[in-house]
Write a protein that binds this ligand. Structure first.
Ligand code: ZN
Length: 198
């Protein structure tokens, strides 16, 4: 038997599909929405749909952005010859918050994981190799220090080595299994400064 109206049940069902949202939170969120002024509910719904419609991958670095190229790839102030490779757009944001990295990024959108069946072709690696045909001085691999992140770093360095472009790996000041997103800025900067050539 359905205790709620079918609309509320549907809303709870949709919220419970979100990461980290259990049945309890989903129903709390659904009732919160029901009690919102209609303008606020519309604004929430529009924000979701507009983000989904308009956010796309930067043609160059593959980060999530609104235009063809993200603001970092477009910026004349950034050193386009130093590319930092990260797993997610969230990691890029973490380094941007330090304000100390003046190069550009490449977002892989994942890491190689044989256990999960994620291979080199499932992440944005081909796009990175294409970028290396331009004038690039250094590729800094800043994937997470998880097993997958390390495996990805080794794989990428082996691909790049033959091109003669300098490849380095951020220092392991970043705790094992650590998600870059949650690491403080000082640790991130130390990891960047202490990077070693591969
Ligand atoms: Zn970009």
């Amino acid at each position: 038997m359905d205790y709620y109206s079918s609309h509320i049940s549907k809303l709870i069902e949709e919220f419970s599909k979100l990461p980290g949202i259990g049945a309890k939170s989903a129903s709390r969120m659904a009732f919160h929405v029901i009690n919102m002024p209609v303008e606020q509910a519309e604004s929430l719904a529009t924000a979701i749909v507009e983000a989904k419609k308009n956010v796309r991958y930067c043609k160059k670095c593959c980060t999530l952005t609104d235009g063809e190229l993200c603001p970092i790839c477009q910026s004349a102030k950034r050193n386009q010859k130093t590319i930092m490779v990260v797993e997610q757009t969230r990691d890029l944001a973490a380094y941007e918050r330090t304000g100390k990295f003046d190069g550009v990024y490449h977002v892989l959108h994942g890491a190689i994981s044989p256990m999960l069946g994620i291979g080199p072709n499932d992440i944005r690696l081909k796009e990175l190799m294409e970028r290396l045909r331009d004038d690039v001085d250094e590729v800094i691999i800043a994937t997470n220090s998880s097993v997958e992140g390390e495996a990805t770093a080794v794989y990428i360095s082996k691909l790049i080595k033959p091109t003669g472009i300098k490849v380095s790996r951020i220092a392991s000041g970043v705790p094992v299994g650590g998600d870059l997103e949650y690491i403080d800025e000082i640790t991130l900067l130390r990891a960047l400064e202490g990077r070693t050539e591969l």
